[in-house]
Design a protein around this ligand. Structure first.
Ligand code: PLP
Length: 427
């Protein structure tokens, strides 16, 4: 790079010329550096970060313990492939992950690079373990952009548009989205219907669920729904896969969101905040299920990269030493209180939902019809950005403002970000 700094305008020109329009950025900002819960763009403008790289930076940007672990690993080996020779950081991280996963009995873990890859492999493992083919997922769910993960994803725009045909033997059922009329009973009745009319339960290998919908709008599944889903799985020998890719690593006030329900999954997928920005994902689950695929059946050149595993081990220590799940619960109560108080004055806020620091508000044009206020949501995001806050939206209707700030955020930065968010609300 030359001594003169590249400007945002120059970078946008490069992007328009060389990067396809299919990948978008939520904000037209070129980031220069990030620390804790703050970002600075190439012009030097500072932002509070409530996006955390889409829920990846629960321990904050450039946490000193992560940086130290990564630097040390960089000097020793950056890649050998676990499929060629194994190494300690992978094995220790597998051990730590198994220790924190809420499943009784022996567990095993395998690492990949992305969330989608973890999902794909969880399905492969479930099929091998059950000898069955079908998989059920939920409308509004998001499980990634590779073909099988995209098939499981239950949202058309913009993810599924134009990319079919999709993988066979995937069935979808409504998520218990209470605000939009699907309570536990209704969602279970539809699932029963599916099992009666489309796919017999003895053909179903697994049901995949996010305990709280992430991309789908920060919608928590009622705890009784999770329990009854577990019972249904037990009745029919179906494996329960919890996708904790966005909900994991303290975000909801517990290490994993499923812990709120007391339900134990058979398999769990994790990624995002597992390694503080280094590409790392995992499938963790009951040892006998995990051992179903034969030798060589699972893997990937980069899966469990040693630098990413070193970062993951540091994340595990930070989570414990800085008590980040407890901190998330505290952040969540502050955020929820603010959102509830805004909802009293602003008709546009139709619903406030928070499980720990996984908090969102759904914007609607009319509280009765619940018509999604998608454009208004986009405007609010842009206003917040101009005022110095980076924050994201989600939801099948793109009308939910969500918080994914680092859990290490200081009280001062949290208040500053919330002040900006409040000031960005239109009547
Ligand atoms: C719940 C959930 N599952 C899977 C994925 C896919 O992860 P990745 O983008 O790393 O493939 C995401 C990404 O947002 C997610 O939120």
């Amino acid at each position: 790079m030359s001594a003169t700094r590249t400007t945002e305008a120059q970078l946008s020109e490069l992007r328009a010329k060389y990067v396809p329009r299919g990948i978008t950025s939520a904000h037209p900002v070129a980031v220069d550096r990030a620390k804790g819960a703050e970002l600075w763009d190439v012009s030097g403008k500072r932002y509070i970060d409530f996006a955390g790289g889409i829920g990846v930076m629960n321990v904050g940007h450039a946490h000193p313990r992560v940086m130290k672990a990564v630097h040390e690993q960089l000097d020793r080996a950056t890649h050998t492939s676990f499929q060629v020779v194994h190494y300690e950081s992978y094995l220790r991280l597998a051990e730590r992950l198994c220790e924190v996963t809420p499943i009784d009995g022996p567990k095993k873990a395998i690492f990949f690079s992305t969330g989608a890859e973890a999902i794909e492999n969880a399905v492969k493992i479930a099929r091998a373990a059950t000898g069955r083919q079908a998989v059920i997922s939920f409308r509004g769910g998001f499980h990634g952009r590779t073909l099988l993960a995209l098939t499981l994803t239950g949202s058309v725009q913009p993810y599924k548009q134009d990319f079919g045909p999709y993988a066979a033997e995937v069935y979808q059922t409504p998520f218990p989205y209470v605000y939009r009329g699907w309570n536990t009973e209704a969602a279970l009745a539809d699932l029963d219907n599916l099992l009666e009319s489309e796919v017999g339960p003895k053909r179903v290998a697994a049901i995949v669920i996010e305990p709280v919908l992430g991309e789908g709008g920060f919608v928590p599944a009622p705890l009784d729904f999770m329990r009854r889903l577990r019972e249904l799985c037990d009745r029919h020998g179906i494996l329960f896969i919890a996708d904790e890719i966005q909900t994991g690593f303290g975000r909801t006030g517990k290490f994993f969101a499923i812990e709120h329900s007391g339900v134990q999954p058979d398999l769990m997928t994790v990624a995002k905040s597992l390694a503080a920005g280094f590409p790392l994902s995992a499938v963790v689950g009951k040892a006998d299920v995990m051992d179903a695929p034969g030798p060589g059946g699972l893997g990937g050149t980069y899966g469990g990269n040693p630098v990413a595993c070193a970062a993951g081990l540091a994340v595990m220590e930070i989570m414990r030493d800085e008590k980040l799940p407890e901190r998330a619960a505290r952040i969540g109560s502050v955020v929820e209180e603010r959102m509830q108080s805004w909802a009293r004055d602003h008709e546009i806020i139709g619903d406030v939902r928070a499980v720990g620091a996984m908090a969102g508000m759904e914007l609607v044009r009319d509280r009765k019809t619940k018509e999604p206020a998608d454009k208004e949501t986009a405007n609010m995001l842009a206003t917040a950005r101009e005022k110095g806050l980076i924050i994201l939206r989600c939801g099948v209707h793109h009308n939910v403002i969500r918080t994914l700030m680092p859990l290490t955020i200081s009280d001062e930065h949290l208040e500053e970000g919330l002040d900006i968010l409040g000031a960005s609300l239109n009547p």
